[in-house]
Design a protein around this ligand. Structure first.
Ligand code: ARG
Length: 460
């Protein structure tokens, strides 16, 4: 096949090489970024007197036509064109003739792909932020209804202390807020234009990099061309941001799976977002959170893949870098559908608050409160209070009751210093509401936290 770069070759490339070398079947996703980049580049070349006004207008019209052809499905993507840059430029030249051949002046595919891919990633950082916000809003709707719904707070997956369900969800709101900040800070850091770096060392043509940066929405131009054409930190960063976000999603998903089980029965996912079994007629399976948990794995795979591609690459551009795109596309698309479906699953799930509340009546959740009572009211050192409380727990086990239901006489048999005022410390509800320290679970503190997240979303 005759190539754009065929000048120094005497034989055409083999079909096998074309198959192996091409990126056009996947980088075509970047056609909008590529055409916008070319339009900005052409405008700048015209302003600098490198292209005539007429050439600019031909290029502009030609690229507009190419874009329409792509969007209407008429454009022929050919493996032999190797990548989208050459596919589009070739078609442009076929449409407008010689002016098309001038477009690549003062540019290389190395800065061209750096522009296209970077702009795609920058845009996706912000789109994912918007999708996280929608998810957070839905979590906030559920949380607002459950600032008094008790649920066992756990450590080691064992009942620990009672919290309210909104507080539990607030933990996820905290994670997703950090995710938003991570995507945004990566966007801010990487919003620099590679255009004009050319192959690796800049160009002798009198170009205006500030102009193209501004036209393409970049904050500034990159500082060192050698770095810029081979820098893929922006791609690694979005993969890490997505990986961390998916890790958060997988934790929430795991809880949704557990909570949907007969053992917990804390939530019921809606029929719309549950699946059945092909053999067991009674089954209602939480495939959505299970798949979310599973998809986290492939996103991590993309992150590890690109880190490995970049490892030990000498400066500057190397073809290895072409392997940067598919994993990022896959991770971005996984993030987008994951955020959307998790939001819908949460919106439509039923919260079984009765079951959450009754789960708090097993496991002696107010044991720490009894110890705190002994410290606060009886002036007993905490270590001793811990021991006395252990005795009370053992007594409750013997009586087959929860500590929150133990009668005063049993407690006084264990330690005479215990007074009647202990009973309010033992109530599960009071236990939750006693935790009024900053960031604590009391209903009042939880409401403040929800307000904090509401304000965060409002400011954004
Ligand atoms: N398809 C290439 C990529 O994705 C574009 C840059 C090609 N540059 C080169 N010098 N061969 O990385």
């Amino acid at each position: 096949m005759e190539k754009m770069w065929s000048g120094r070759f005497s034989a055409g490339s083999s079909n096998l090489l074309d198959q192996f070398n091409a990126s056009i079947m996947f980088d075509r996703k970047l056609y909008r970024e590529d055409i916008e980049g070319s339009l900005a580049h052409a405008q700048m070349l015209a302003k600098q007197g490198i292209l005539t006004a007429d050439e600019l207008s031909q290029i502009t019209q030609g690229l507009t036509q190419v874009k329409e052809e792509i969007e209407s499905g008429l454009f022929e993507w050919k493996i032999s064109d190797e990548d989208l840059h050459m596919g589009i430029e070739k078609r442009l030249t076929a449409i407008i003739g010689d002016a098309g051949k001038k477009l690549h002046t003062a540019r290389s595919r190395n800065d061209q792909i750096a522009v296209d891919f970077r702009r795609y990633v920058l845009r996706k950082n912000l789109e994912i932020v918007d999708a996280i916000k929608l998810l957070m809003q839905e979590i906030l709707v559920v949380a607002s209804k459950h600032t008094e719904t008790l649920i066992p707070g756990m450590t080691h997956l064992q009942h620990a202390q009672p919290v309210n369900f909104a507080f539990h969800l607030g933990a996820y709101l905290s994670m997703f807020k950090r995710d938003i900040e991570r995507f945004e800070s990566s966007h801010a850091r990487n919003n620099v234009s590679p255009l004009g770096c050319a192959a690796l060392a800049g160009t002798p043509h009198k170009i205006d990099r500030d102009m193209t940066a501004q036209l393409l929405g970049f904050d500034s131009v990159s500082v060192n061309c050698l770095d810029t054409v081979s820098d893929r930190d922006f791609a690694l960063e979005i993969l890490f941001s997505i990986s961390t976000m998916m890790m958060h999603i997988s934790r929430l998903s795991e809880e949704l799976v557990m909570w949907s089980s007969y053992e917990f029965k804390f939530v019921e996912l809606s029929d719309e977002y549950s699946t059945g079994s092909s053999i067991m007629p009674q089954k209602k399976n939480p495939d959505v959170p299970e798949l979310l948990r599973g998809k986290t794995g492939r996103v991590y795979g993309s992150l590890m893949g690109l880190l490995t591609v970049m490892k030990a690459l000498p400066l500057a551009y190397n073809k290895d870098t072409q392997e940067d795109k598919e994993g990022v596309f896959d991770a971005v698309e996984t993030a987008e559908i994951s955020l959307e479906i998790l939001k819908e699953a949460i919106k439509t799930m039923q919260v079984k608050e009765q079951n959450m509340n009754s789960a708090c009546k097993v496991g002696h959740l107010s044991a720490t409160d009894l110890a705190d009572y002994l410290v606060q009211k009886c002036d007993i050192p905490f270590r001793e209070a811990h021991f006395i409380t252990g005795k009370a727990v053992a007594k409750s086990e013997e009586l087959k009751i929860d500590l929150s239901d133990i009668e005063l006489k049993y407690l006084q048999e264990i330690d005479k210093r215990i007074g009647e005022d202990v009973l309010e410390f033992l109530s599960i509800d009071n236990s939750m509401n006693a935790r009024t320290s900053a960031g604590g679970t009391s209903t009042q503190r939880t409401k403040e936290q929800l307000e904090y997240f509401r304000n965060f979303l409002k400011e954004k």
